[in-house]
Design a protein around this ligand. Structure first.
Ligand SMILES: Nc1ncnc2c1ncn2[C@@H]1O[C@H](COP(=O)(O)OP(=O)(O)OP(=O)(O)O)[C@@H](O)[C@H]1O
Length: 294
């Protein structure tokens, strides 16, 4: 269990995380979405014990995470720009990590080396971006951490490797109750795999909800009228117009779908239909609501 309590992290006067509170249950696949510079990487680095909180605490399995060797051994963090030494290979990094992680599984390491199409004896720094990420994933999954933190991991991975990665995460969550936190701008991928999604803006949490209920907060509605209502009428109903072509409207609305439909039906549309909203649409709506991009 990860407990983030009143967590603040500053860089000089820049507040990267602002009194954040959040709990992450074991066996969860947790998505971190957010605007640029909202604090996603800082949060992952603080969770994995790289950064010391300025205020508040990160508690993992009941103990403060910072400078705690026992807790560090349960966590594996793949940074958005993973660092490797000049002569690092998957082979020699495997030998190194075997001595660091008591959970290291050599047989799994061999299987993962077969699964991912990269050369285990090649210098990692000479590999492409996607191959470097694959090297990091082989090492991470062989270490069998209790908590896996992945920063922009889908970036640079081809579709087949993204599918392999998702299968590996789900397997480890199912088989050994691993907890995985994925920070990503790739909302389609986190929608696919995450049980719960947090959205960050300016170092604060905007939402923290189960993926399905998050998508159910906002509704996309298409409707057509013989005599179109005014923009003012729709705005007063808290309906946001996404597009209007003649008498045909595409709108977004927040709240209880039955109440929204009752209000819109009172305008006598000749056609009305709700469509599932995507995580990207929810993200844009949440960020605009927080004043981002305006
Ligand atoms: N090492 C650092 N030194 C100084 N400022 C930093 C450092 N790391 C992050 N910051 C600042 O903290 C804030 C949060 O940055 P962070 O990298 O955590 O955001 P992010 O959500 O991961 O961003 P992005 O989506 O653009 O990758 C930004 O204002 C950033 O400039």
């Amino acid at each position: 269990m990860i407990e983030i309590k009143n967590l603040t992290k500053k860089f000089d006067s820049n507040v990267a995380l602002n009194r954040m509170n959040c709990s992450i249950s074991e066996g969860t696949i947790f998505g971190l979405a957010g605007s640029n510079g909202s604090g996603k990487s800082t949060l992952l680095r603080t969770l994995s014990g790289v950064y010391e909180p300025d205020e508040g605490q990160v508690i993992i399995d009941g103990e403060p995470a910072f400078d705690n060797h026992k807790i560090k051994e349960r966590c594996y963090y793949i940074a958005d720009y993973p660092f490797f030494f000049n002569d690092s290979t998957v082979e020699n990094m495997g030998k190194l990590l075997k001595n660091i992680y008591s959970t290291w599984d050599q047989q799994r390491f061999e299987e993962l080396c077969e699964m991912f199409p990269i050369e285990r004896k090649k210098k990692i720094i000479n590999m492409s971006k996607g191959m470097q990420r694959q090297a990091s994933l082989i090492l991470a999954f062989a270490a069998k951490p209790k908590y896996l933190f992945l920063d922009e991991i889908f970036d640079g991975l081809d579709p087949l490797i993204r599918k392999t990665l998702k299968t590996l995460i789900i397997q480890d969550v199912t088989d050994r109750n691993m907890t995985c936190i994925i920070a990503s701008h790739n909302l389609r991928e986190i929608d696919d795999i995450c049980d719960r999604i947090v959205m960050l803006h300016d170092g604060s949490l905007l939402t923290n909800e189960e993926t399905d209920s998050l998508k159910n907060k906002i509704h996309k509605i298409q409707m057509a009228f013989k005599n179109s209502p005014s923009v003012k009428t729709l705005t007063e109903m808290n309906v946001q117009i996404i597009s209007q072509v003649g008498n045909y409207f595409s709108v977004m609305a927040r709240g209880d779908i039955d109440e929204i439909m009752e209000k819109l039906n009172s305008l006598n549309p000749v056609f009305i239909e709700t469509m599932p909203s995507t995580l990207e649409e929810v993200f844009i709506n949440e960020m605009e609501g927080a004043g981002y991009g305006k």
